[in-house]
Design a protein around this ligand. Sequence first.
Ligand SMILES: Cc1cc2nc3c(=O)[nH]c(=O)nc-3n(C[C@H](O)[C@H](O)[C@H](O)COP(=O)(O)OP(=O)(O)OC[C@H]3O[C@@H](n4cnc5c(N)ncnc54)[C@H](O)[C@@H]3O)c2cc1C
Length: 418
Amino acid sequence: MSTNKYDVIVIGGGPAGMMTAGRAGQLGAKVLLIEKNDRLGKKLSITGGRRCNITNAEFDNQIFLDNFPQSKQFLFSPFSKFNVESTFNFFEGRGLPIMVEDRKRAFPKSEKASDVCLLLKKYVEESGNVTIKLNTALTSIIVTDKKITGVKTSNGNFNLNKLIIATGGHAAPETGSTGEVLSMLKQIGHSIKEPDPNLVPLKTSAKWVHSLSGTTIDDMALNFLQNNKIKIKTRGRLLLTHFGISGPLVINNARNVKDLLKTGKVKASLDLFPDLNLGELDKKFVQLFNENKNKQVKTILKELLQKKLAETILQIPEIKFGEIKAHSITKEQRKLLITFLKSLHFPITGTMGFKWAIVADGGVLPTEIDFKNMTSRIYPNLYMIGDTLNINRPSGGFSLQLCWTTGWIAGEHSALQT
Ligand SMILES: Cc1cc2nc3c(=O)[nH]c(=O)nc-3n(C[C@H](O)[C@H](O)[C@H](O)COP(=O)(O)OP(=O)(O)OC[C@H]3O[C@@H](n4cnc5c(N)ncnc54)[C@H](O)[C@@H]3O)c2cc1C
């Protein structure tokens, strides 16, 4: 074999690429891993707020795959070979204990995404069969007689038996996921769904929301309305930011809100007391105002809500009652306050785009992949894994699990079939 020919060439040194290169090398294949950044796992190192939500600890494949409503049918086969339990065994077996938090989100106990990167880098290197080329970008895929035979890169050309594409999608392009390889795949005949930010925060023009940047509301209900009709209902934790709203609840509904925006204006309506209806909340305030007659409304509200949130709400012109003492509040003023606390409206003006997206829709259509081994249905020696595939899923560790599963399967198949 000539020195520039490899059994397997992997393009992209993210989580999917490292897993697949490591597995192929472990099984004895001569592997070249090509990454255009100056280090492996740039995006991986910022996942989960740098804590890395490594998977979702749902060990039942059926239930786990319910989170992939459009792609479930494709994923049963790969998940029958490498699933969440395999992920736990893989990482814990290599000395990285995993802990599980709410919504079954699993993180390394060290709470360091950098530890996940280090472990994978070690896995890539330990067989001695994988050559890593950093600062090297794929520029084109060479096809000869309907077969992939090599790649052109910014650092020379290489011949191959198998090519694995693990170059990600379009989300967070500053980490290297810029999507140009999807265009190359299109050029050689694959169908690509155009990218669209999916798991992404939402923007509002309401200044009072921006001024609450950094505030988290642990339990609230947030509805999205069009023409004053509720179209999307959510409940949970909300994060307010300098541009709008974020947090798992928002990003997991962003896709539906984005679709709604295509058909007209969208308003968000925030309910700060979701467990009480208007009547019950009014009763609560009548009692509170009676028990605290000489306190200002803002003092009472600050005991119920966070200080900054209470102060900001009481700056809204219609309910600027903060300075009034409880005994002087009229019934109408109290009712108006209650109405606002149950439905604070603000316009949604769009999403924060690719730069802020955790996942972008788009990529190679799953119908063009044989999920038994992750090969292309057009080129049997081409594999596509991780975010290069057009597979929707929510936040919570599902994206990385997809990388571990598809990476493992492609690495194994490419090595064993060499
Ligand atoms: C801020 C943020 C937080 C996230 N947190 C989580 C989380 O906690 N849990 C979770 O499950 N998911 C999370 N995700 C999603 C997750 O990071 C991705 O699904 C995952 O990184 C996809 O892995 P990948 O290997 O397919 O692609 P990527 O991680 O995008 O890696 C692709 C690699 O290919 C390289 N590349 C691209 N083009 C070329 C080229 N032409 N030549 C050579 N190399 C190239 C890139 O430089 C990059 O290193 C998060 C995403 C973001 C943006």
